[in-house]
Design a binder for this molecule. Structure first.
Ligand code: C5P
Length: 226
């Protein structure tokens, strides 16, 4: 018998990571950032100088490398991510990786390998998993499914704040809006496991809501379920 799983899906910049970590901390569950896994794989592809259309070479990498995630209980610092002996915690958040991740995440071989790794994490349950296809594909039997959304404008503003805290303040808001809309489009129109709300997911529109308000709503859904 496994512990419950909370699946949180939604588009880029909807606040999934921040909220999912808070929910995990409050409910004392493990936090799984699946986007970090696609980012780590993207970093490795770029680092090896492999072109995005070289599906064979990418499939080989996806088969060969497991991604290590070390959950930190400290809410202030990000979960550490490792691939092929490299600590990629910081570099997977650069605009270069962000610009290329959707193309890598659209490849069947990559999804197959990473979804297998994610399912392993979920065997015992007790997990808050965050991504694009968690409720629809990775854990279709998750007890609690949340679909987090926010307007493109709001999400661009949040991303700008994220970049500013990383010292990358030159990124302009209109450009961010364009990038986010483009990533939404790529993530929702791809053929393998596109981004969409699971039929049984609770949709939360988060414009104007604080992190603690959104966290509270999800914790409420969890407690209601028990
Ligand atoms: O959530 P984050 O912005 O870190 O995700 C980066 C990218 O990884 C997404 O834009 C998407 O292309 C991909 N992704 C995915 N499936 C997931 C999580 C992320 O395709 N479950």
């Amino acid at each position: 018998d496994r512990q419950p799983i909370v699946a949180i899906d939604g588009p880029a910049g909807a606040g999934k990571s921040t909220v999912a970590r808070q929910v995990a901390a409050q409910l004392e569950l493990v936090y799984l950032d699946t986007g970090a896994m696609y980012r780590a794989m993207t970093w490795l592809v770029l680092q090896r100088g492999i072109t995005l259309d070289d599906e064979c070479a990418i499939a080989e990498l996806a088969d060969k490398y497991e991604i290590e995630l070390t959950p930190t209980s400290n809410l202030q610092s990000p979960v550490k991510v490792w691939i092929d002996g490299n600590d990629v915690t910081q570099v997977i958040r650069t605009p270069e990786v962000t610009a290329n991740v959707s193309a890598i995440a659209a490849q069947t071989s990559v999804r197959k390998s990473l979804v297998r790794q994610q399912k392993n994490w979920g065997k015992k349950g007790g997990l808050v998993a965050e991504g694009r296809d968690i409720g629809t594909h990775v854990f279709p039997d998750a007890e609690i499914k949340i679909f987090l959304t926010a307007s493109v404008k709001e999400r661009a503003r949040r991303r700008q704040l994220d970049y500013e805290t990383q010292g990358l303040s030159s990124i302009n808001l209109k450009q961010l809006e364009k990038d986010i809309a483009e990533r939404d489009w790529k993530d929702s129109t791809r053929t393998v496991s596109p981004l969409r709300k699971a039929e049984d997911a609770v949709e939360l529109q988060t414009d104007g809501l604080s992190i603690s308000e959104v966290t509270g709503k999800i914790v409420y859904q969890y407690q209601k379920h028990l």
